[in-house]
Design a protein around this ligand. Structure first.
Ligand code: B3K
Ligand code: ZN
Length: 900
């Protein structure tokens, strides 16, 4: 394809079964970084369910063809072409042997076979396998694999692949080999190999049915002291999947390998998960509480894929959410159960904090995606580059779509649906419809309408109207659904009303839940939350026997991924924040209150009007801060203001500078008005001494560090600087150390002081040998607050020349470039366009090295049309520049859709 040609669009409607099937694959690798030889012997046959084709068309990329043989005899009718290889006039069934070469050391895309820190790794999802050998690189072609690895023994003492180790031994010339066999049929995207100087921790555990399993976590030798948490997380995941879903580990051996150069979080290759080091390595000195929680979640996620993704996989990549939405839902439930189990707090409160965190991510990022040019349904209709569709919509909205089955049918009903899904489809490559049908059939429900959750893009809105009739003692709730003013990309997919499970409670004057009885029911149910099923555009639900005018608690626990439109007064929100029995909605009330106030202030800031904060808002927050009946983790979440990105997104015209001014103003007001409360909370929750990694202890740290960050906002931050310096010096864990450093940086932005610079220098020296911590060092500086005199772009540009910066390492690129462009909106969107110029340079530079990472960065300007005119022009120019120079399909798709 010519560099500037518009790449072809792949459409779901064009799906056709493969003309050939591959039943077995035997791979032999002679691993040499500069030139790896791959011999691939496949049993191929015609697919009886497909249209007949004379030739076998295999995909291949960056490969050098060496030779071909059919049934052992050299075969000459083979033509390499721009997509791969055509094997002409093949028989009905045959053994095809292909030999080819690839160059792992030159592969900077981190897809296919590549080298990182001198070791070999692979990444095949979605379509990286055909960078390793010629193949039918599509998930509905499933085969069993045997893999033989040969390499220099001194340079690559460890040789790993999927499944079970059959044999290993020495070869002449200092080389050795290992042979692996994966007994389960799998699509090629789940293939993996690892070779290099690695060490492991291992444990043997017994699975539910009593079989012994070998678990290993492989890392570079200096990281062995950071593997305990990943191993524990793996053991917990195995137990949890047995208990909750009756799903057992099916292999004798399960391995996790950490690699520092990796495009995403981790990869669920069968029996050989490959992880970004960020989601494996942790000890209290180097990893924050958030890191610990993320590791548990990602280890769980990849492990859970063993059933939801590997045993039952996707028929085609449009079905990606079949495995990703479901597996995200499973990892969310796992983390919620784990937090509930160990915190000592009530299960429900601990589960709610996890739910709040998940919903915050969804609303901040998926809702934004839905509002832009990349908006797509959970099951997309088309794509140019599939790697661009590992999105918030497929993952996070997809998880909500799965969660709603559980909301509708309960845990037991959901479990029945899962059981039926595995009974019907184990070993198959299937579709989102197959999953929906299993849920429907197991629960005796018609879920035809539910299909729209998979095919309609955009964020649904539910407008709520209520009416209390005192004489009749009835309360009417009218729900109306629609999509509002949706983005064009979303609008074209919207066909009709959704089935929306809408959980509701009614609250009385004393703050307690009222009994619920719907018209036509004989009596009230014991449960004080009811899931209404909204299936029409407009529907009225009438509650009877309602003794007083209630306050509605709407969409409890965020029972559907929608926006609720209801005009609460500020007093009502403060009341819900103080009383709602649904912890999610308590948090939600505070967020609504803050959002409303912040948006009003943003409007004033944009026009230069002086700012004022209503005392009732301060009072509502003060009550949360001092409410000892709430867990510290919950209080921390409730006291964090909505993010700048989320607020900007709520505006008719996003104005990041005004949002920043308004949000900072509110933070300063809350800091000043509640100074003594923050100080008291700081002292009370500061627990020097032995570090505990429990979710309870992390809640205390989170609340304390939030208090510190508010104290750093005071006009006179001397007290905060003193506390932060002391905390920095005494810290025995990364959560406290990085929070202290961040407070020092923010205090310095306001008033100077050398403590921040000293601490930064100390932090670097202390952790010079820990790349993941140095990533934090870059990120803290990229996201720091700036000023007119000291814009952060200057710091970022200077850091780009730091010896520790390396554009080829995705974690490092993300820590500096992405942090600045995505997580520091007020500085990135500088009026002079300096941020956009930087963005364009970096997208173009990354495009030449690693298109997947470049495309992620490219997406950060996709909402450009929604900004103020001056910023819009600046972003448009930067997008045009990238569109003129970018070469990869990945980046081209993103910028062309943004500009369309
Ligand atoms: N399935 C992988 C993601 C692969 C991304 C390819 N660009 C990780 C996961 O979701 O578990
Ligand atoms: Zn996944």
């Amino acid at each position: 394809m010519a560099d500037t040609a518009t790449p072809p669009v792949i459409r779901r409607a064009d799906y056709a079964p493969p003309a050939f099937l591959i039943d077995t694959v035997a791979l032999e690798f002679d691993l040499v970084a500069e030139r790896t030889v791959v011999k691939n012997t496949m049993r191929v046959r015609r697919n009886p369910d497909a249209t007949r084709a004379a030739h076998l068309e295999l995909l291949g990329e960056r490969l050098e063809f060496v030779s071909a043989a059919i049934d052992g005899a050299p075969y000459a009718a083979v033509r390499p072409n721009e997509h791969g290889l055509t094997v002409e006039n093949v028989p009905e069934a045959f053994e095809l042997t292909l030999v080819s070469l690839c160059k792992p050391i030159e592969n900077t895309t981190l897809s296919g076979l590549y080298v990182s820190s001198g070791n070999f790794f692979t990444q095949c999802e979605a379509e990286g396998f055909h960078g390793i050998t010629y193949f039918l690189d599509r998930p509905d072609v499933m085969a069993t694999y045997t893999v033989t690895l040969r390499a220099d023994k001194a340079a690559y003492p460890v040789l790993l692949s999927n499944g079970n180790l059959l044999e290993e031994g020495d070869l002449p010339d200092g080389r050795h080999f290992a042979r692996w066999e994966d007994p389960f049929r799998k699509p090629c995207y789940l293939f993996a190999l690892v070779a290099g100087k690695l060490v492991c921790v291992e444990e043997r555990v017994k699975s539910g049915s009593g079989k012994e399993k070998l678990l290993q976590v492989w890392v570079e030798p200096h990281d062995l002291d950071k593997t305990r948490h990943a191993m524990d997380s793996l053991i917990h995941s195995i137990r949890w999947d047995e208990e909750r879903f009756g799903l057992e580990l099916d292999l004798d051996r399960f391995m996790i390998v950490a690699v520092s150069d990796f495009n995403m979080g981790a990869m669920e290759n069968k029996g050989l998960n490959i992880f970004n080091t960020k989601y494996v390595l942790a000890n209290p000195e180097t990893a924050s509480d958030t890191d610990f929680a993320n590791i548990e979640a990602v280890v769980g996620h990849e492990y859970f894929h063993n059933w939801t993704g590997n045993r039952v996989t996707c028929r085609d990549w449009f079905q990606l959410s079949l495995k990703e939405g479901l597996t995200v839902f499973r990892d969310q439930e796992f983390s919620a159960d784990m937090a509930g189990g160990q915190s000592g707090a009530s299960d429900e409160a601990a589960r709610a904090t996890k739910r709040i965190e998940d919903v915050r991510v969804l609303r901040q990022m998926q809702f934004a995606e839905d509002a832009g040019p990349m908006a797509h349904p959970v099951r997309p209709e088309s794509y140019v580059e599939i790697n661009n569709f590992y999105t918030m919509t497929v993952y996070e909205k997809g998880a909500e779509v799965v969660r709603m089955y559980q909301t509708l049918f309960g845990r037991d009903g959901f479990r029945k649906g899962m059981d039926l899904y595995f009974k019907r489809h184990d070993g198959q490559a299937v579709t989102c419809d197959d999953f929906r049908h299993a849920m429907a059939d197991a629960n005796g429900r018609d879920l035809t309408q539910y299909e729209r959750w998979y095919s309609q893009a955009g964020t649904p809105r539910v407008a709520v109207k209520t009416a209390y009739d005192a004489a009749q003692r009835s309360y009417r709730v009218t729900l109306t659904q629609g999509y509002g003013d949706a983005a064009p990309a979303a609008r074209e997919t919207q066909k009709g009303a959704l089935l929306i499970p809408f959980a509701i409670g009614l609250i009385g004057k004393d703050g307690a839940d009222l009994p619920l009885r719907l018209e036509g029911e004989a009596s009230a149910t014991p449960a004080t939350t009811r899931v209404l099923e909204l299936t029409e555009t407009t529907q009225t639900f009438t509650f009877v026997d309602v003794a007083e005018k209630p306050l509605p608690s709407l969409l409890r626990n965020f029972s559907a991924p929608v926006i609720v439109e209801y005009d609460y007064t500020a007093e009502e929100l403060a009341f819900l924040l103080a009383h709602d029995s649904d912890p999610f909605n308590r948090w939600e009330a505070g967020q609504r209150l803050a959002t409303r106030e912040l948006l009003a202030l943003t409007g004033r800031a944009a026009t230069g009007v002086p700012l004022q904060l209503d005392d009732s808002v301060v009072a509502a927050f003060a009550r949360v801060l001092s409410d000892e009946s709430l867990s510290p983790a919950f209080r921390e979440l409730a006291l964090i203001l909505p993010s700048e990105a989320y607020l900007a997104e709520q505006m008719a015209e996003s104005n990041p500078a005004a949002v920043h001014t308004a949000r900072q103003f509110v933070r300063q007001r809350l800091a000043t008005a509640l100074r003594s409360e923050w100080l008291a909370v700081y002292e009370q929750h500061h627990a020097p001494g032995v570090y505990e990694a429990t979710s309870k202890a992390s809640g205390h740290r989170a609340l304390k560090n939030l208090a510190l960050s508010y104290l750093a906002e005071l006009d006179d931050p001397a007290e905060a600087v003193r506390l932060a310096s002391a905390q920095y010096a005494a810290a025995n864990n990364m959560t406290d150390r990085s929070a202290a450093l961040s407070a020092l940086l923010n205090a310095a932005a306001a008033g100077g002081g050398t403590q921040a610079q000293d601490a930064l220098a100390d932090f670097y020296r202390r952790f010079e040998q820990e790349p993941l911590v140095i990533d934090k060092w870059f990120a803290l500086q990229a996201t720091q607050r700036g000023s007119a005199q000291r814009p952060v772009i200057d710091t970022v540009r200077k850091l780009m020349t730091h010896p520790a910066f390396n554009l080829k390492n995705p974690n490092r690129a993300r820590s500096l470039i992405f942090s600045f462009c995505i997580a520091n909106p007020a500085q990135f969107h500088a009026e002079d366009g300096s941020g956009y110029a930087f963005w364009a340079e970096q997208v173009i530079a990354l495009d030449a090295l690693n298109p997947q990472v470049a495309a992620r960065l490219a997406r950060s300007l996709e909402l450009w049309r929604r900004f103020t005119p001056r910023l819009r022009d600046g972003m448009h120019a930067a997008l045009e520049k990238v569109a003129a120079q970018a070469k990869s399909r990945d980046v081209r798709e993103v910028v062309e859709k943004a500009l369309a």
